[in-house]
Design a protein around this ligand. Structure first.
Ligand SMILES: *[C@@H]1O[C@H](CO)[C@@H](O)[C@H](O)[C@H]1NC(C)=O
Ligand SMILES: *[C@@H]1O[C@H](CO)[C@@H](O)[C@H](O)[C@H]1NC(C)=O
Ligand SMILES: *[C@@H]1O[C@H](CO)[C@@H](O)[C@H](O)[C@H]1NC(C)=O
Ligand SMILES: *[C@@H]1O[C@H](CO)[C@@H](O)[C@H](O)[C@H]1NC(C)=O
Ligand SMILES: *[C@@H]1O[C@H](CO)[C@@H](O)[C@H](O)[C@H]1NC(C)=O
Length: 250
């Protein structure tokens, strides 16, 4: 607990220090005003399970799915993804922000930039592709979800977890409420599968609850990448047993 609190404090202090002095544009072009940034982590074993095929030896740690403004998408069609802008951070991107379904390809980054990055770019600290992807990596590293869960004894297992325990591990560390998504039970079963964990930030890049404002339900936060995936994830049910599946070795 002490470790966790110190951890949370370190995240806050560093973020505040780094973001001192930024400015942001009040409204984006499509009148899509957004209020929070969602750092979305997904569990590779579940992603692979949902897709049925493409994965060989996926990572055994939570990887980054994206950094998403909550209420804006596709803000600038004339700002294409430029692979050359992120050359120097490719090793980190490949490790922490890999395209689970298309290994060693840049499809995921292209999609994330076009759909989410072009909107996030209304913040000065995210207004280039290099800044956007670097900041995603930086937030991912600072949050360190893998350690946070592990410290609370939440590790991949064939036994079941309760969603409250997973949520409390995160709240205990950061003092903010995450959004946790699962693949609902298959027909005839009563076990859901942990799939995605979102940690939310203000526009000043400070940790905040994912739960407010209440009108967030107006927008689906799932992120279709032509993956069978998008319809499959739902906010986890807090009364259903939850599987946090180990990665299958192939
Ligand atoms: C869209 O992106 C282009 C290319 O970066 C840029 O020149 C333009 O100002 C952007 N438009 C808006 C509304 O941000
Ligand atoms: C991806 O690239 C790395 C380094 O070039 C290589 O070691 C790895 O085998 C590749 N993975 C796949 C699935 O092609
Ligand atoms: C965040 O959520 C927790 C738990 O629901 C609540 O106690 C806290 O006041 C919320 N914080 C803010 C800033 O809304
Ligand atoms: C989406 O998937 C379909 C069928 O798998 C494929 O034909 C199509 O090219 C994909 N689209 C994109 C944008 O990847
Ligand atoms: C479980 O979820 C329901 C509906 O979302 C909520 O009303 C209830 O308070 C939750 N139970 C616990 C123990 O958090």
């Amino acid at each position: 607990m002490v470790l966790c609190l110190r951890h949370a404090l370190a995240v806050l202090v560093t973020l505040v220090a780094i973001h001192h002095g930024f400015t942001y544009v009040p409204k984006s072009r499509h009148n899509q005003e957004w209020k929070k940034l969602i750092l979305t982590h997904h569990w590779p074993a579940t992603v692979c399970e949902m897709d049925h095929s493409h994965c060989k030896n996926p990572p055994k740690y939570w990887t980054l799915h994206g950094l998403w403004p909550d209420k804006a998408q596709m803000c600038n069609n004339s700002w294409p993804f430029e692979y050359s802008e992120i050359q120097d951070i490719l090793p980190e991107l490949n490790h922490y922000w890999p395209d689970i379904l298309h290994p060693n390809k840049s499809q995921l980054w292209k999609h994330e930039w076009q759909k989410h990055g072009t909107c996030a770019a209304s913040l000065e600290c995210l207004n280039t592709q290099h800044k956007y992807f670097s900041k995603g990596l930086e937030l991912y590293t600072k949050v360190d979800l893998n350690s946070v869960l592990e410290k609370s004894g939440i590790v991949p297992s064939t036994k079941y977890y309760q969603i409250k325990d997973i949520e409390n591990a995160i709240i205990g560390c950061f003092g903010v409420v995450p959004k946790i998504q699962c693949v609902p039970p298959h027909q005839g079963e009563n076990v859901q599968t942990l799939g995605q964990i979102e940690i939310c930030f203000t526009k000043e890049l400070q940790l905040r609850n994912c739960t407010e404002p209440v009108d967030e339900s107006l927008l689906s936060l799932n992120d279709p990448l032509n993956w069978s995936y998008n319809d499959d994830l739902h906010v986890c049910d807090n009364s259903t047993n939850t599987l946090y599946p180990p990665v299958k070795e192939l």
